[in-house]
Design a protein around this ligand. Structure first.
Ligand SMILES: *[C@@H]1O[C@H](CO)[C@@H](O)[C@H](O)[C@H]1NC(C)=O
Ligand SMILES: *[C@@H]1O[C@H](CO)[C@@H](O)[C@H](O)[C@H]1NC(C)=O
Ligand SMILES: *[C@@H]1O[C@H](CO)[C@@H](O)[C@H](O)[C@H]1NC(C)=O
Length: 483
């Protein structure tokens, strides 16, 4: 039998979380301890965060990291009914309904984000180093495009006369536009971070109530992508029950994001819009009406437990995934922590075949040749970026007698080339994995040519079934064509 308890074992080994990092919440499998002088504070059921312990002065009185979001209610899995059947009252009656740009975001984003590598400790040099490594390491050539900064890029206070968010001059001496210009000069796109609350998770200014001013500022700076977080939500913006008509699109949570969608639209500049809403408010039901991708969980950690947990969550919502519509499994941990190389392969394969945004999250200069070959695998990237097929691979039952597992181990999906099979070995030992071709949706019976997408080589011709040995926590990636 396969073991599924490895996540619990591995989670217990995680190191102390970083300053401002996540340290708990439903589905969280990473560490729960904070650095000295920092305390793990519950923000809502899905998110606990390392905050500076009370008495510290550097946040100041404006660092309202209090848990005002703690009453927000997370949706159930009931299906939503159409908006038109409900009579909307209050803010839902007047909230903007404009959708995200169709000029960008058809395919899941490929890029890099500074958070998993550097947390708050960012500056222009680190951002531009990543951009230059996209070129020198050949990542831009295989499709990586976005260079994104995360929290902690601004000053603690808005400009008192203009009300605008001000870039921290010690981190960004040329402003954000100076960085964006240099990223653009390399042929890449630039992303920024804000929050659908009064302050970001690290206590910097949030955009709730300042959506148009901030969107206009970002557009003037040449920003192409916005990650919009969910910390520090005022109590009157939380959801205390099922929203009108049972449609979570009309929840206060959704409306906080809809206000930013409308503001981004008003700038006239196409933005790719990521809703960092932690899987709350049934976002998979309405996310595509508001943004291009949405987080399904709290923050990732460099642990096998995170990978299997988010996979288990995401397979329940695969029907939400299509062009312009992507469940975000969070930023990559390849290169971080002590994931084995097999686990790093699974991390990349699963994010690819479920069409999650793939934002690398490490110091790229530290990646070795094996890791680079994983993140540059042309066949997996082609599946992820397929211009003709929007949907993900889905679980299938490999043989008539196979029992189901959680998370599922066998997935089949379509690309422009044909049918692919992915097999995740969730067990802690090398295992032999068999599927019947007749059980793969779309294949039928007979003989088939099996091609290994990792190696880029044909394995051979097989009849009726195929058996492969998969190492512990590794993923086989196969292309199957009629022989
Ligand atoms: C704004 O929304 C309108 C109406 O959907 C659309 O035609 C236009 O392309 C959008 N503009 C941007 C920049 O997203
Ligand atoms: C919460 O209160 C603010 C300030 O009065 C107001 O602008 C906002 O519309 C309120 N939000 C909701 C969901 O009613
Ligand atoms: C790269 O690092 C991984 C561990 O993350 C290791 O398993 C692999 O052997 C390394 N590859 C090379 C070429 O050193």
């Amino acid at each position: 039998m396969l073991l599924f308890s490895t996540s619990l074992i591995l989670a217990g080994l995680a190191a102390a979380q970083s300053e401002w990092g996540q340290c708990g919440g439903i589905g969280w499998t990473g560490g729960t301890t904070c650095p000295s002088g920092w305390t793990c504070v519950a923000q809502n059921p899905y998110y606990s965060q390392c905050l500076q312990s009370t008495g510290s002065s550097s946040i100041g009185t404006t660092g309202t990291v209090s848990s005002t979001a703690s009453t927000s209610v997370v949706g159930t899995t009931t299906t939503s009914s159409p908006t038109s059947t409900a009579t909307l009252t209050g803010i839902a009656a007047s909230a903007p309904t404009i959708g995200p740009s169709k000029a960008v975001g058809k395919l899941p984003a490929l890029g890099w984000n500074a958070w998993n590598a550097y947390g708050c400790n960012i500056n222009e040099d680190k951002i531009l180093a990543a951009a230059n490594q996209f070129i020198s390491l050949g990542l831009a050539d295989v499709g990586y495009e976005y260079i994104n900064i995360d929290d902690c890029w601004s000053e603690m206070q808005r400009d008192p006369s203009t009300g605008r968010i001000v870039p921290d001059p010690s981190k960004f001496p040329n402003g954000i536009s100076g960085v964006a210009d240099q990223v653009h000069a390399l042929g890449l796109k630039f992303g920024i971070y804000s929050d659908a609350g009064t302050a970001t998770c690290a206590g910097f200014p949030g955009s709730l109530g300042n959506e148009l001013l901030d969107a206009t500022t970002f557009a003037e700076w040449g920003v192409d992508y916005l990650k919009y977080d969910n910390c520090n939500v005022p109590g009157n913006w939380s959801d205390s029950g099922t929203p009108p008509g049972g449609d979570w699109y009309n929840s206060n949570s959704a409306i906080r994001y809809r206000q930013m969608t409308a503001a981004l639209n008003e700038t006239g500049r196409p933005f790719q819009f990521n809703l960092c809403i932690w899987g709350a408010a049934n976002v998979w039901d309405w996310g595509a009406r508001v943004g291009h991708s949405w987080r399904m969980s709290g923050d990732s950690s460099a642990s096998w437990g995170y990978i299997t947990n988010i996979l288990t969550t995401n397979v329940q919502h695969l029907s939400s995934i299509d062009f312009y519509s992507h469940n975000d499994m969070d930023m990559m941990e390849i290169g971080n922590g002590d994931l084995t190389i097999q686990e790093q392969r699974t991390h990349f394969a699963v994010w690819s075949f479920l069409k999650s945004p793939i934002l690398l999250g490490t110091d790229l200069s530290q990646l070795n040749s094996t890791q680079l070959s994983i993140i540059k695998n042309a066949e997996l990237i082609a599946f992820h970026q397929d211009p003709n097929v929007g949907g993900p691979a889905s679980p299938f039952t490999p043989t008539p007698s196979a029992s189901s597992t959680s998370p599922p181990e066998f997935y089949a999906g379509q690309s422009s080339k044909g049918i692919h099979v992915f097999i995740v070995n969730t067990g802690s030992a090398t295992a032999s994995k068999t599927f019947n071709f007749a059980n793969v949706p779309g294949l039928g019976t007979g003989s088939f040519l099996v091609h290994d997408m990792w190696a880029g080589t044909d394995v051979g011709k097989f009849t009726d079934s195929y058996t492969i040995s998969v190492e512990a926590h590794d993923t086989a990636a196969l292309f199957i064509s009629p022989a």
